[in-house]
Design a binder for this molecule. Structure first.
Ligand code: ADP
Ligand code: ADP
Length: 227
């Protein structure tokens, strides 16, 4: 499941002016990498994540995901690629408030048409992966922010995606919970999953093996850690 962006441009028309949210991005991410994307507000991070996550298509340039050109996929195929291969984690957790942790995690499997017994088993397993096997029946508001984000990670995992993408996953957490969340990503990465996250906190980005710096729609620095 390699990622290859080549000369990707994403433009928005604002009246008479064209905004280049991405101004020509070439980027290769190998399977199993753990990458943080950093950059100031308005630099193009969300646009880049939306394209990497198959939520949006480039205006021009190429995105080849696992050997397949994303630009040629229809909307349904794009949605299928996204649902099967990519798990999403958000800053605000995006949990449904009136159902339990276990039900929140099982929800993508309901949409995928998985039978109830298997849903229950897989949701419990995903919650165990994030250390919440004791919290299956809790509602989101009965849990701490860090626990809620771990529920959201379990939900992202339950379809067994190859890639996990997280947009400011620690943005609403205290620093201790933020580190715990990064340790979970690190663990999932060690099991072979590709992790890509956006953050503007350098201490959080330090947990990744690779840091990509974005400015004005361009990659201006690409650092890899040794070892
Ligand atoms: P970041 O996530 O780094 O804050 P974004 O990717 O959200 O940056 O935005 C990059 C640039 O593209 C900004 O100038 C932003 O205003 C512009 N932009 C993003 N989305 C849209 C949109 N839907 N319509 C118009 N301009 C947009
Ligand atoms: P923001 O940080 O810009 O307020 P989010 O981080 O919640 O927004 O979402 C980022 C993008 O992902 C948005 O384009 C949103 O529509 C999309 N999105 C939100 N929830 C999901 C989901 N469960 N599955 C797929 N895409 C989603």
């Amino acid at each position: 499941m390699t990622i290859q962006l080549t000369s990707v441009i994403k433009s928005y028309q604002m009246g008479d002016t064209t905004v280049h949210a991405l101004a020509g991005v070439t980027l290769h991410i190998a399977e199993g990498e753990f990458t943080a994307i950093m950059g100031p507000s308005g630099s193009g991070k969300s646009t880049l994540m939306n394209i990497l996550g198959c939520l949006d298509r480039p205006t021009s340039g190429s995105y080849v995901l696992d050997g397949q050109e994303v630009a040629t996929l229809g909307d349904d195929e794009l949605a299928e690629t996204r649902n099967k291969r990519i798990g999403f984690v958000f800053q605000n957790f995006n949990l449904l408030p009136r159902i339990t942790a276990h039900q929140n995690v099982a929800l993508p499997l309901v949409y995928a048409g998985v039978a109830k017994a298997e849903r229950n088993e897989r949701a419990a397993k995903a919650l165990a992966m994030v250390g919440l096997e004791q919290r299956l029946g809790h509602l989101p508001n009965e849990m701490s922010g860090g626990q809620r984000q771990r529920v959201a990670i379990a939900r992202a995992l339950v379809n067994d995606p190859t890639i996990i993408m997280a947009d400011e996953p620690t943005g609403n957490l205290d620093s201790k919970s933020g580190v715990e969340v990064m340790e979970i990503f690190n663990h999932l990465n060690s099991l072979g999953r590709t992790i890509i996250l956006v953050t503007h906190e350098p201490d959080i980005a330090e947990h990744a093996r690779r840091i990509i710096h974005v400015r004005d729609g361009l990659i201006v620095r690409d650092e890899r850690k040794e070892g």
